[in-house]
Design a protein around this ligand. Structure first.
Ligand SMILES: [Zn+2]
Length: 214
């Protein structure tokens, strides 16, 4: 099945994405990761992205779409999970066309619903691995071995400088504006499932699993 996650940064969708990836064999396509790896590889797109981010610009639809298309061409056999994509209506419509090309379609769009207060409480404790960028949360989602990253075994962590109430509020307003037309688009296609992301990780997972019928 092809699944799309909608939700602001910090809503817990990353944790659920890990579950689909590790336990259910989904291919996780995160535009954040795609953009980061282009930058690290120093490609032409990567340089452009770096420049846009430095100038506080949004990454253009064309760049994001090109990266997703490249990834889709590898044709994963199991499920595909899109995370952080699509972010605009143009991207959503383009994705439908790309999937049509490979005779696939979106099976479910999971909307992670969470209030600003809850979100702030959550990101307050957030920290990440310096090496692999895996996110953790104190006290809800700590590394399995204290002080050691689950994913890459690094022992160095940092908090994100943009995790303040003010930045969050701005980011959320921007997110809402961006995402409202996409929600509407998928709602009309009868694909949108809203889950209460303020629940525990396990409860959220159960709700998600029932939506996806996996
Ligand atoms: Zn790590």
């Amino acid at each position: 099945m092809i699944v799309v996650f909608i939700g602001p940064s910090g809503c817990g969708k990353g944790t659920q994405a890990e579950f689909l990836k590790n336990k259910k064999g989904y291919t996780h396509i995160s535009t954040g990761d795609l953009l980061r790896s282009e930058q690290q590889a120093g490609t032409e797109i990567g340089c452009k992205v770096k420049e846009d981010i430095a100038n506080g610009k949004l990454i253009s639809d064309d760049i994001v779409l090109a990266l997703v298309k490249k990834k889709l061409e590898l044709l994963p056999k199991n499920g595909i999970l899109f995370d952080g994509f699509p972010r605009t209506l143009k991207q959503a419509k383009a994705l439908d066309l790309m999937l049509l090309d490979i005779k696939k379609e979106i099976g479910c769009v999971v909307d992670f619903s969470v209030t600003e207060d809850e979100l702030y409480n959550r990101i307050k404790g957030r920290f990440m691995c310096i090496k692999c960028s895996r996110l953790y949360n104190d006290p809800n989602y700590m590394p399995k071995v204290k002080g050691v990253c689950d994913k890459c075994q690094s022992t160095e962590f940092k908090t994100r400088p943009d995790d303040t109430a003010e930045v969050l509020s701005k980011r959320l307003a921007w997110f809402k504006e961006l995402v409202t037309p996409i929600r509407e688009y998928y709602k009309q296609k009868n694909l949108l499932k809203t889950l209460d992301a303020s629940q525990s990780i396990l409860q959220v997972r159960e709700e998600m699993v029932s939506f996806l019928r996996i």
